[in-house]
Structures are given as structure tokens and as C-alpha cells.
Design a binder for this molecule. Sequence first.
Ligand SMILES: Nc1ncnc2c1ncn2[C@@H]1O[C@H](COP(=O)(O)OP(=O)(O)OP(=O)(O)O)[C@@H](O)[C@H]1O
Length: 236
Amino acid sequence: MTVAVLVEGLTVEFGRFRALNDLSLAIDYGEVRGVVGPNGAGKTTLLDVISGVSRAKAGRVLFDETMELTRASEAEIARSGVRRKFQKPSVFEALTVRDNVAIGLGAKPGADGPEKVARMLETVGLTSEADRLAGELAHGQKQWLEIAMVVVAEPKVLMLDEPVAGLTDEETERTAALVKALRSPGRAIIVVEHDMDFVERISDRVTVLHEGRTLFEGSMARARADAAVVDVYLGR
Ligand SMILES: Nc1ncnc2c1ncn2[C@@H]1O[C@H](COP(=O)(O)OP(=O)(O)OP(=O)(O)O)[C@@H](O)[C@H]1O
């Protein structure tokens, strides 16, 4: 099976500080991978390198076993189907919900664009809000709208940065169902999140980062039982 994202010996430095330290990991197509760990562990930095926002000092990231993301621009990476939803919702508040999703299709939406948008709105549960202005949506709905804007482009790698931060329990529940609905054999989903119950519900495997390295990789159930993980993260 093809590996969707292969991280090899990745080191990222900010001045003299090592945010990622010789990190290696592999994320398969079809998988939902939770990336967890204490504040400053390097989770966001990892997403930044995969999406071309930050540059590596050493090592590389391969997409689809062929494309070296560590040498590509942000735009090239996005065009190749590696997409990210940032933590803070950044929808276009003065446009309708439907038009926001359409923006996710890019400059050439194609004849089936409107149908793709309609299907996407259905998937994220915003069909009844399609003609409202995005600025009127609740925080949770904005998160789902932004996920729709990213997913409508049919990404092969989907990165979600803290998708349930600030959401109610019910919104978190719906987001978990949504992530499960978005998984597909041709897509890898990477989720950075501090809500461990949410991570457990959606992830096939979790990677626990600590000081820029992998402390643990496996099921969330085993992570909860791992002495080192409890010590640096879960026990706090
Ligand atoms: N642009 C930057 N310049 C300097 N230091 C940075 C920069 N970006 C991140 N860092 C530092 O790198 C370390 C790792 O940050 P990162 O945001 O990846 O951690 P994280 O695991 O996502 O943490 P959190 O859970 O708090 O979001 C932190 O100590 C952070 O202060």
C-alpha cells in the first residue's frame, strides 16, 4: 500500500530551538491519524512543514511516495491535494455559506461545481444554512464550513488543526461523526487535537509527540496505558 505522508528525519529549528528533532513517521491512505502531545511538542510545526509554511533544517516529507513537499511551495502543495484547515475559522463572513464552499473549488470549478458544493453542504450538515451569510453562523458551524471549503477540493491529505477547540459537547460529537464520514481509502486525515476523547473516537492510530520526537505510536487505548505518555502528557 502506498504511504500518503512519509516523514523522514525531519528537523526544524527556530534560532537555536529545535521544534522537531529527527522526526520520522508514516501515515497511510485510508487512515485517520491523531497527533497529540503537550504544548510545544511540535504538532503545529509538523503541519506547517507538511503544508510548506515552515522549512526543514534537515530531513524530508514525501507525499504519495513521489513528491517532496519539503522542496515545494505552499501553492504547489495545495494544488497537489495536500490541504489544511487552520485552527481559527477564516471563512468569508460577508459571503453566503454556499459561496464560501464554492471558493474551495478554486478558479475553475467545472460544470459539476454546483453539485459538488451541494453534496459538500449535505455532508457537513449546512444545507439549510446555504443562503445565509457565513458571518451569521455559530462558531461550530463556521468550523464545519471551513472543513467543507477544504474538503470540496477532494484532498488526498487532509490536515485539521484543533477542529473541536471551543466547541460544545454536542458540536464535538457532530465533528467526530463528520471526520468519520470524510475518511476514504484514497485519503489520509491528520488531526492535531488536545481533546483526547475526541481523538480516541476518530483515530486509527495516534502519534504522541514530545520535544519534537515521537514518544509513542499506536492505538489511543494503548497510549493511555503507556507509562511515558502518562508521565509527560496524560497524567498532567
Ligand atoms: N515561528 C516560530 N518562531 C519561534 N519559535 C517557534 C515558532 N513556531 C513555533 N515555535 C516554537 O516551537 C515549539 C513547538 O511549537 P508547536 O506550535 O509546533 O507546538 P504544538 O505541539 O503545536 O503546541 P500547542 O499544543 O501549544 O499548539 C514551541 O516551543 C514554539 O514556541
